[in-house]
Design a protein around this ligand. Structure first.
Ligand SMILES: [Zn+2]
Length: 260
């Protein structure tokens, strides 16, 4: 119902039931866009993201929202961009890990040495962020070979400048710490990608930054020039209204973006 007339004292405070219904509504819309997956933050083997879809003309599956953003991005690129990997199940990742380990044993490595080398190169099932369906391995080559010099290609340079505008960040030096993966893009959504670009922070650094600050204020974010507050919190009920989006951190916290 539209209310007109003078503002009363009651109008200036947000009614409790409005806060409650907003909290309920948002708690059902918490995304996994900022989940950090690695050997210390493992996903259940059975975790499969909701909304997996094939990329156009491809066997690669990714979460629908990330796929749509990716297609929109590649449509604005002059050169073609191919995707070698998107969603990888925990089982497929574990099989890859085991077969690479086996390969080292066949090359004459001891059990101990093979186990040491493999943890630097591949994550076992559950510890690789490809399981989120938000991570893309991209290349310039239709044969889908991943290239350590991807960053030097026209596509790599274009993405370096523009990927954040579509909600993507590079995960190159993260993930597996010993191996540089300049071909690995991660979808975090436009808001957080724009803030990370502004702060020059990686996903790991950004989450640590938000946790440290508790409440962070940002001005002129992204193409829409938004003024935003980002809360790092244990509970949605302490957040005022005007929420834009909520992500979990797969560690019991919420990252809540609000309009100022
Ligand atoms: Zn990858």
């Amino acid at each position: 119902m539209l209310r007109v007339g003078k503002k009363t004292a009651e109008d200036t405070q947000t009614p409790n039931n409005e806060i409650e219904s907003s909290v309920t509504e948002w708690s059902e819309k918490v995304t996994s866009l900022l989940w950090l997956i690695n050997a210390d933050h493992i996903l259940p083997q059975s975790y499969v993201p909701e909304g997996l879809e094939n990329l156009p003309n491809s066997n690669v599956q990714v979460v629908e929202e990330a796929g749509r953003a990716f297609v929109r991005m590649t449509q604005n690129m002059d050169e073609p961009l191919y995707v070698a990997n998107g969603y990888i199940s925990a089982t497929a990742q574990q099989n890859l890990y085991e077969s690479k380990r086996q390969q080292y044993l066949e090359e004459g490595y001891t059990e101990e040495r093979a186990s040491m080398v493999i943890v630097d190169e591949y994550f076992p099932g559950g510890a690789d962020e490809h399981q989120l369906g938000l991570t893309f391995d991209v290349c310039t080559d239709a044969a889908l070979n991943l290239d350590v010099d991807f960053g030097l290609t026209p596509q790599g340079q274009w993405l370096e400048e523009h990927a954040w505008e579509y909600g993507f960040i590079f995960r190159g030096a993260e993930g597996a710490p010993k191996i540089y993966k300049p071909w690995q893009l991660r979808y975090v959504g436009e808001t957080h990608a724009a803030i990370m670009e502004k702060l020059h922070l990686s996903l790991d650094e950004y989450l640590a930054y938000l946790e440290d600050k508790g409440t962070s204020y940002f001005s002129d974010v992204g193409a829409m020039h938004l003024d935003l507050i980002v809360y790092f919190t244990d509970s949605l009920s302490e957040i005022p209204l005007k929420i834009r989006e909520v992500s979990g951190d797969n560690n019991g916290h919420y990252i809540v973006v609000c309009y100022r």
